[in-house]
Design a protein around this ligand. Structure first.
Ligand SMILES: NC(=O)c1ccc[n+]([C@@H]2O[C@H](COP(=O)([O-])OP(=O)(O)OC[C@H]3O[C@@H](n4cnc5c(N)ncnc54)[C@H](OP(=O)(O)O)[C@@H]3O)[C@@H](O)[C@H]2O)c1
Length: 347
């Protein structure tokens, strides 16, 4: 740590980086010190727009800057492992976008490199930092023995690209060309609905059933070489079953349900609360009762940055974060293998 405030660098001018820049500015104990891009002019433009401090024309310049404590990595998933490991070797703490990597081996290597260099690793799955998640976790005790967990995360990719244009989409203002550059549609960059959206559903499953399932089955539909949509079934010990579906050809939905022997919990916007709607979830009782549980609203990305900064400042590496991300990745990998082979995969 070089100062009381954690000094952040951002690697790449990704669309999602704009949200994180705002969160870093808003967070207690955080300072946005620099952004690096493959293109210096793009870094400069981005710096002006997002008050990023220094603009750098090379990701490596962030590593050699001794004043930077932590690096946020919103690169394509195929680049997460390489740059996380490099950051760790330079003593930088890493907040890496989801998915952590593109294989369980990569995820384990990333976690090992961060542990060996005594730096924090966390994946940027934001919803787990919302206070509603802790409230829902406490409510699970009301449901009796947990039996089922079901979740869904889908969106319409064409609308997503139209309404959240990247610098590429802005420059070319053409959906077809934006699609051609879209990392989600490029397997070699780590694209596909499972690692992009299914990642969240797997984390929702882990919320109810921590740890690994015993076996999984999945089916998918490809567009080009990526899974455009996918449905999965996960079997756990003790008669517990989870399922989820995710896809890019769906109207937006982001819900989960956890069912026990005496009640169920329903959240219709677990990834992030619907804009303009009260933050809440529901508990359904065995005899048909329905209770809406209101929750405080919060900026989950700000809370994520603050938790990360708290750990870095206190010098308390929290291994639960990389461990959860490695389990998340291991489950995704088994599901991907099942979808490819159209057979049940034992874990
Ligand atoms: N946590 C969340 O809520 C959330 C939401 C959306 C996305 N994400 C995750 O964030 C990551 C980035 O997603 P995004 O949609 O924001 O990405 P994006 O806009 O396509 O940006 C990716 C950035 O990576 C850099 N890059 C380096 N090599 C590249 C290559 N070969 N092709 C494309 N870009 C390259 C580029 O920055 P420079 O050109 O400046 O170097 C680019 O701006 C993904 O892992 C995604 O799953 C998370």
């Amino acid at each position: 740590m070089t100062s009381a405030s954690v000094r952040w660098g951002i690697m790449g001018t990704a669309r999602i980086a704009a949200k994180l820049a705002t969160a870093i500015h808003a967070a207690e104990g955080a300072q946005l010190a620099a952004v690096a891009s493959r293109d210096l002019a793009r870094a400069e433009q981005w710096t002006n727009q997002h008050r990023a401090g220094a603009a750098l024309g090379d990701y490596r310049a962030l590593l050699s800057d001794d004043t930077i404590d932590a690096i946020y990595i919103p690169l394509p998933p195929s680049m997460h492992a390489e740059w996380t490991i490099r950051c760790a070797e330079h003593g930088k703490h890493v907040l890496c976008e989801k998915p952590l990597g593109v294989s369980s081996r990569e995820a384990e290597e990333m976690a090992a490199a961060c542990a060996a260099n005594d730096v924090q690793l966390m994946d940027a799955t934001m919803w787990v930092h919302h206070p509603r998640t802790a409230a829902m976790s406490a409510s699970l005790a009301e449901l009796g023995k947990l039996r089922r967990a079901t979740s869904a995360f889908g969106l319409n990719l064409d609308s997503y690209l139209k309404f959240k244009p990247s610098h590429l989409a802005i420059a070319e203002s053409n959906l077809q060309r934006a699609v051609a550059h879209e990392l989600r549609l490029n397997r070699s960059l780590g694209g596909g609905a499972l690692l992009d959206l299914g990642w969240y559903c797997v984390r929702a499953t882990m919320f109810a059933f921590p740890g690994l399932p015993q076996r999984v089955f999945a089916t998918r539909r490809l567009r080009g070489d990526v899974d455009f949509n996918l449905s999965a079934l996960l079997w756990y010990s003790d008669d517990r079953i989870a399922s989820f579906d995710c896809g890019y050809d769906l109207s937006q939905r982001k819900w989960f349900e956890v069912v026990g022997e005496s009640g169920s919990l329903v959240c219709d916007d677990f990834v992030n609360p619907w804009e303009g709607k009260a933050t809440r979830y529901w508990i359904h009782g065995e005899a048909g009762s329905v209770r809406e549980q209101p929750c405080e609203s919060a900026e989950q990305e700000v809370l994520m940055v603050e938790e990360f900064c708290r750990l870095v400042t206190a010098g308390e590496r929290d291994e639960r974060w990389p461990r959860a991300a490695v389990i998340n990745q291991t489950i995704c990998e088994a599901i991907d293998q099942s979808a490819q082979t159209e057979s049940i995969v034992e874990i």
